[in-house]
Design a protein around this ligand. Structure first.
Ligand code: RP5
Length: 161
């Protein structure tokens, strides 16, 4: 079994980083190694090919891919690797991310992409889901993830103010 797997956070544009950077924060907190890159399926197709086709041998355990608009990045990456890909639909200006959501969620059968919510909620949950996947083979991450949930539960007040 592979050990010390890392998570790759990739996104189609610099403009996606304001949404995706929350994923970095969570991975840092959970003590998971990660890298962050701009990779565009249509503007840097060779970069995408090289990244995705070498992801498994580079010990990447999960890929989080944020993309907006026609949002083909997560699906294209998934087509090139068996490493699990979690797609984060970026909130687009014209259609508020509905375009991104449908593009990422509606992958035809055979090449899966796990789709999260639009925007920062999706980026947070993608990172937490990546932690859950890594936790299967990493007891220290599993412990941190459980502690994180316990403190989230404790932070919820019984009565509204
Ligand atoms: C997509 O186009 C990116 O993922 C981004 O969400 C969107 C807009 O990109 P920019 O025009 O801001 O570079 O490829």
């Amino acid at each position: 079994m592979k050990k010390n797997l890392k998570v790759s956070i990739v996104m189609g544009s610099q403009s996606d980083f304001k949404t995706m950077k929350v994923a970095e924060k969570i991975l840092k907190k959970m003590g998971i190694k990660y890298e962050t890159k701009i990779i565009s399926a249509h503007r840097t197709p060779k970069r995408m090919f090289e990244f995705a086709s070498s992801a498994f041998k580079n010990n990447i355990g999960v890929i989080i891919a944020g993309a907006g608009g026609s949002a083909h990045l997560p699906g294209m990456i998934s087509a090139l690797t068996t490493v699990p890909v979690l797609g984060v639909p970026i909130e687009s200006k014209k259609l508020k991310g509905l375009d991104s959501l449908l593009s990422i969620a509606q992958m035809p059968k055979g090449i899966p992409v796990g789709t999260l919510a639009i925007g920062q909620d999706g980026a947070v949950n993608a990172a937490l889901l990546a932690c859950s996947i890594i936790a299967n083979s990493n007891p220290s991450v599993n412990k941190k993830l459980n502690n994180w949930r316990i403190s989230q539960t404790k932070s919820i007040k019984k009565k509204p103010k």
